[in-house]
Design a protein around this ligand. Sequence first.
Ligand code: ISE
Length: 340
Amino acid sequence: MSERRDVGVGVIGVGGMGGRHARNLARQAVGAKLVALMDLDQARAAEIAADCGVTARLFDDGVALIDDPTVEAVVIASPDATHAALAKACIAAGKPVLCEKPLATTLAGTQEVMAAEVSGGRRLVQLGFMREYDPQHVALKKLLDDGALGRPLYFRGMHNNLALVPPRDQASIVVNSAVHDIHSARWLMADEISQVMAQSVPSQPDMPDSSRLVQLQLWFRKGSIGNIVANMESGYGYEVVVEITGDTGMGRTQSLGSPMVRGNGQAGRAVEPDWLERFDVAYVLEMQAWTQSLRDGRATGPSVWDGVASLNVAAACLESLETGQVATVSPMEMPDLYEG
Ligand code: ISE
């Protein structure tokens, strides 16, 4: 029997997130090998390659990396605004992708990626909604799917960043950060969001268009409701908590991975500084699921449809912020490709 060959992977963008993906791929995944890295900062790309112990080819252009014949699959972790064009280039080349969220920064952008994938007739993209691989979230999802909490009635999401560089605008908070919580709400409640009401607190009182915190009120199609608070400047650390109230029970994720420490007349737990620490296990499991899907020949996990549906809700949130009114999420049909 011939031995299976490792799939050659190229990583586009090797800053904090892409660097982590490159290391996880090189050190924690089987069946795939790191063969190429792209970053505008070539010194950083060389440093990551050395740290991963590989002699990867280095590129300063994402499309050139995608076109390289040694690259059979791609991780996209470059800035948000580049995701859609690079994902489309991978689809056109028939190369599987692990693409960081958001799929695009606009709803129309996500729809273009979906049109390309659907017309190819094959799921090639796994989207980086890593909470689907976080053991806390997975356990809560299983409780819900097993009916242990009864019918879900209420979703509550808290998403605190330590201090993302201000000033952030409302669109970037919703599309870059709260999009995780929107996806989480759709995934855990197994329902689509039909209406939203969004509110924002400016970074500075004299900068009304800036934003440091958004609150999103949600109405789901099956009648349940929810609330998301995404705070970009918590001032104390990074924390994500999801709580779901069902008609026979309630479940809440634990946010901190640190031990309880007692000393100096106090008891307490350290708070992680960022998502790379809080979701470190999730990122490894996400990468392992992706490399497994490369061997199986079909993308799994969060899909392009999840990217479209979450941006559809994000677009309604931005409309609500603009008008100050409840906004309706335009109903959309999920293509058959994403069934099951
Ligand atoms: C960042 O881009 C991420 O994806 C993190 O998971 C999220 O918590 C953070 O708010 C985003 O800015």
